[in-house]
Ligand binder design. Structure first.
Ligand SMILES: C[S@@+](CC[C@H](N)C(=O)[O-])C[C@H]1O[C@@H](n2cnc3c(N)ncnc32)[C@H](O)[C@@H]1O
Length: 379
């Protein structure tokens, strides 16, 4: 989908693309496939997202196949003493034999000299951390599995790792992209970017605060505790607890900045929040104060197109149309709506119905929209 859309709107004279909430870097990767030398600017607050995007876009070194065989050989002939890794509540989230296996792999990865290859190994490792943890795979939150399920898990960690580092590598053998990648709160990055300095912005922003929509930070927390911090871009606060990334994300409860909606923005929002309880309405307004600020900066920085993948969430049974709200905000900030595409969300981890309000099941986000906005009077 991203490919079809970007192929159409990445016009020939586009030399730069921004994804301010790049996650695992999918959109930037697609942009690079279409225009190989394009300048990619990415950002995400989550260090795991940053690492994955870096691996995807910078790829591996030419000696990766040698490194893979060395790593496999070391793991299959492991005679050193295992230095058991430890972090807060590790015993809750991993069985003791799994801790031994993951610690072995960790020890071997740390000794890989080439940074790009090491990052590739961490990326594969991070998937196995989640797979072999005691947390359920049906949710983004950390939620302990039933005891029988934990006991039934088969420890194939090392074999699985060895197979995957061989099978997945082909996707990462390519030239490094022309990439400027940041790991920060987007509200701190955007003010430093100049007016019209980016040709096209493509992103899928959060649909609400992470804690009540998708807990990207909590989802990454176990992996972030296992990966060597020297290979992660971190400011220091990121793994202090499992909720901190989510609470510092858009619309979160961070205290240091108190961004509020302007009277015009509140008027726009009011139309969509009638029927929501006062307490939840405050939370929604808090999220949109951040969201409007980000969108206004993006509108200023972008010179041609803004492409947003958006979902409409439901609060207290009231549908909040992020699509409609974003359209109106962009129109007020110098853009015309060029097209809107709709699609069903595939591979959803969140159930189709979530909470019950007044005895009725509430639909969660099932459809996504791609909103394409074009800057007025530029070409
Ligand atoms: C919907 S996801 C993007 C998914 C992405 N398109 C992909 O393919 O992986 C939203 C992303 O925004 C990030 N995020 C949330 N608040 C942020 C903030 N204040 N600054 C930077 N990134 C933030 C989250 O960590 C998450 O990765």
């Amino acid at each position: 989908m991203q490919h079809c859309v970007l192929r159409k709107y990445l016009v020939k004279n586009c030399v730069s693309v921004l994804d301010p909430f790049c996650g695992s870097g999918t959109a930037l990767h697609v942009a690079q496939e279409i225009v190989p030398n394009i300048h990619l600017v990415g950002n995400d607050i989550n260090p795991l997202a940053h690492l994955i995007t870096k691996v995807k876009l910078e790829g591996v070194s030419t000696r990766i196949k040698k490194d893979i065989e060395n790593v496999i050989q070391k793991l299959n002939n492991f005679h050193e003493e295992v230095s058991l890794h430890n972090f807060i509540r590790i015993d809750k989230w991993f069985r003791s034999d799994i801790i031994v296996s993951l610690s072995k792999i960790r020890q071997v990865i740390i000794n890989v000299k080439n940074k790009r290859n090491r990052r590739y190994f961490w990326y594969i490792f991070s998937n196995l951390v989640r797979k072999y943890s005691n947390s359920r795979s049906s949710t983004f939150k950390l939620h302990i599995k039933q005891t029988e399920k934990i006991e039934m898990m088969c420890n194939e960690v090392v074999a699985d790792f060895c197979a995957r580092i061989r099978s997945d590598v082909e996707y990462f053998i390519h030239k490094p992209a022309n990439l400027s990648l940041h790991k920060m709160d987007i509200l701190n990055l955007l003010p430093s970017l100049k007016d019209n300095s980016i040709d096209l912005t493509v992103t899928s922003p959060p649909y609400g605060d992470n804690a009540t929509t998708v807990t990207y930070g909590e989802f990454s927390w176990l992996a972030l505790n296992w990966i060597d911090p020297r290979d992660l871009e971190m400011e220091g606060w990121e793994i202090s607890n499992s909720h901190i990334i989510d609470s510092k994300s858009l619309g979160g409860s961070r205290k240091e900045k108190d961004i509020v909606c302007s009277p015009e923005q509140l008027m726009l929002l009011n139309e969509f929040t009638i029927g929501i309880t006062k307490e939840k309405r405050k939370k929604v307004e808090h999220f949109f104060a951040d969201y409007f600020l980000v969108l206004s900066h993006i509108a200023r920085i972008t010179s041609k197109y803004i492409i947003l993948t958006l979902g409409n969430r439901t609060v207290d049974g009231v549908k909040i149309s992020l699509l409609e709200i974003s359209q109106r905000h962009l129109k007020n900030n110098g853009y015309d709506i060029e097209a809107i595409y709709e699609r069903e969300i595939v591979n959803k981890r969140i159930p189709k119905t979530t909470s019950c309000v007044n005895g009725k099941c509430v639909l969660s986000m099932n459809d996504e929209y791609i909103l394409i906005a074009k800057k007025r009077n530029v070409f």
